[in-house]
Design a protein around this ligand. Structure first.
Ligand code: F6R
Length: 341
């Protein structure tokens, strides 16, 4: 069943070139597009990994479509006031997460148009929402979400693409080959550096901030190493006091508009004694010089880098967990779907 792979998680990670490609290629119905086009505000509710996909969507939707997006953790949503007559998107792999379902239902009672993005045909959320968009990840056995995250990002990117003048499809045209290349990266040196740490930080700016949140979640979930995702500019507002030689920092530093300020953030981190593993664009000599270990992303478009960086962080978490002898597919204390509030 594992198709020659050691774990389901590894198999699912390697399915991602096809999963992303298929989920993005799927057409979205016209009635769904026109309902979304009317939105003056989109609220996304989700938990865990799906919540991180929602934050990525926020950065891209606001940048390319100028539609404001609010992203809320579903379990907190009942403490907020739903925005009447707006658009709500619930993102949930299983379609059964109790908090996400309840947030969606409460928005319906405020006259919102509701959308569900899910991986499971006929799941509870599909019965509760006005419109359903399916991710084409196929069954995900490993408790840690990998390919379902990539598929969610693909569907959310498809929405952005349908609502924007910008040619996102063109940017993603080479994604299958680029993801295949990203999956060939050797995670062992970075995993060796991480495996004995007390605590870790994952940092990025802009859309790489939610990518870092997801990288940290994957790391802590399957290795049991404490890991925090942080906006790179926020570290100096407290967490700097935690930095030492045993707190590796994974820094996402691609050549985008945040590059100069990310470079100075990395220098600040280095000056406080923490080892830095940097993930960047191609052969970035300047970045290589200031970090302890450098992981280049394959040559690709800016939007593709969001996906390749996410996949590389999954492989890093996986490799670290294997070196530590963890139960990768079934981490302690966790269940695949959380159906209680
Ligand atoms: C992390 C993980 C969880 C889920 C969360 C939401 O790897 O799998 O954080 O993302 O429990 O689940 P769904 O998407 O089914 O609502």
């Amino acid at each position: 069943k594992k198709g020659g792979f050691e774990h389901f998680m590894q198999k699912e990670i390697f399915e991602q070139p096809d999963v992303f490609y298929n989920s993005f290629a799927k057409k979205i119905d016209e009635d769904v597009i026109s309902a979304l086009k009317k939105a003056v505000l989109i609220t996304v509710v989700a938990c865990g990994t799906s919540y991180h996909a929602g934050i990525i969507f926020r950065y891209l939707m606001e940048k390319y479509c100028k539609i404001p997006v609010r992203v809320e953790i579903a379990s907190e949503f009942s403490n907020f006031t739903p925005c009447r007559d707006s658009v709500m998107i619930a993102v949930t792999q299983s379609g059964e997460t109790a908090d996400t379902l309840s947030a969606l239902k409460s928005s319906k009672s405020e006259n919102c148009t509701t959308f569900a993005i899910t991986n499971v045909l006929g799941s509870s959320v599909t019965r509760a929402a006005d419109h359903v968009l399916y991710t084409l990840a196929g069954p995900e056995i490993s408790v840690a979400a990998t390919k379902s995250f990539t598929a969610q990002v693909a569907v959310l990117l498809k929405i952005v693409s349908c609502l924007s003048e910008y040619d996102i499809e063109e940017e993603l045209s080479g994604i299958h080959a680029v993801l295949e290349e990203a999956l060939m990266f050797d995670a062992e040196p970075a995993a060796e550096l991480c495996k004995n740490s007390e605590s870790m930080f994952f940092v990025g700016r802009g859309v790489f901030y939610p990518v870092s949140l997801e990288g940290a979640l994957k790391m802590k979930e399957i290795t049991y190493i404490h890991a925090e995702g942080y906006a790179a500019g926020e570290l100096k507002h407290g967490p700097f006091s935690l930095l030492c030689e045993n707190t590796p920092v994974i820094a996402l530093c691609t050549k985008d508009e945040s590059y100069p300020v990310m470079m100075s953030n990395i220098k600040e981190i280095k000056a406080r004694g923490a080892p830095v593993i940097a993930i960047g664009t191609g052969d970035d000599i300047d970045l290589m010089e200031i970090c302890d270990l450098y992981i280049p992303l394959p040559d690709s478009s800016k939007i593709s880098e969001i996906i390749t960086a996410s996949v590389i962080l999954q492989v890093l978490a996986y490799k670290t967990a294997v070196l530590l002898g963890r139960d990768v597919d079934k981490p302690r204390n966790l269940a695949k779907s959380v159906t209680v509030i």
